[in-house]
Design a protein around this ligand. Structure first.
Ligand SMILES: [Mg+2]
Length: 235
């Protein structure tokens, strides 16, 4: 069997290597609880998502952006009557997310060395720079990676730039991640391959359908990623 025609494997951080979304969902539940005198949970969740989306261009991704969007939504739904105490609690929720110790997902520790034997690994993650740096350090996984790229958005241009930087042709690149929107679709569009590692309760903003027949494989958990990488590399 010939070696897989892969020169570089990109790996996403949040909800691929370590837990992330669950902390945001917990904060969102508390946000809905705090604002429950003003609106029902569904309305609050919808309004918050709309605010987050409209703020993406200003704040990017991450906990700080999330807090600003929670405060803005709280002001909007209460017609500016939300109390300082509630705003204080929303700010504290953000700090709680930032202070969470890094908790690796199942199989990550055992599987990353196996993956690194196939091709060099680069961590490609988006979000707040300081928080992502802290998570990479806190994960203890840094040694497995040839590089770490913290980006503000994961679109075709971002992947093109990163691959150029590493001198890798898109066709010889595989991206591994939980988000179809950020980790799979732009890489396929660029001519690369992708491994999707789904999580149970993803952020609605990241949802998208997997394209049929593309150079894409759906892994059953992180332990299944090396099989998937070899599978798409052979196509
Ligand atoms: Mg992710």
């Amino acid at each position: 069997m010939t070696a897989p025609a892969i020169d570089l494997i990109g790996v996403d951080g949040d909800d691929t290597l370590w837990h992330n979304e669950a902390y945001f969902r917990l904060s969102e539940a508390r946000f809905a609880e705090l604002l429950s005198p003003w609106a029902d949970t569904d309305t609050l969740t919808e309004r918050l998502l709309a605010t987050e989306r409209s703020n993406l261009d200003h704040y990017g991704y991450g906990a700080k952006a999330f807090v600003l969007s929670m405060v803005e939504t709280a002001l909007d739904v209460t017609d500016r009557r939300v109390s300082g105490a509630v705003v204080g609690e929303l700010l504290a929720l953000g700090k709680q997310i930032l202070a969470q110790p890094v908790e690796l997902l199942d199989g990550v520790n055992a599987t990353l060395p196996v993956l690194a034997e196939i091709a060099p690994l680069v961590l490609i993650t988006k979000g707040d720079l300081i928080h992502q740096d802290a998570k990479v350090a806190g994960s203890g996984l840094g040694d497995h990676f040839s590089g770490v790229e913290i980006v503000s958005e994961k679109d075709v241009d971002t992947y093109r730039r990163v691959l150029a930087q590493y001198g890798v042709a898109p066709a010889r690149f595989v991206m591994v991640g939980n988000s179809v929107r950020s980790d799979v679709l732009p890489v396929l569009e660029l001519g690369g391959a992708a491994v999707h590692v789904p999580i149970e309760h993803g952020w609605v903003h990241e949802h998208a359908d997997l394209p049929a027949g593309a150079r894409c494989c759906e892994a059953e958990g992180f332990r299944d990623v090396p099989r998937c990488v070899r599978d798409v590399a052979a196509r």
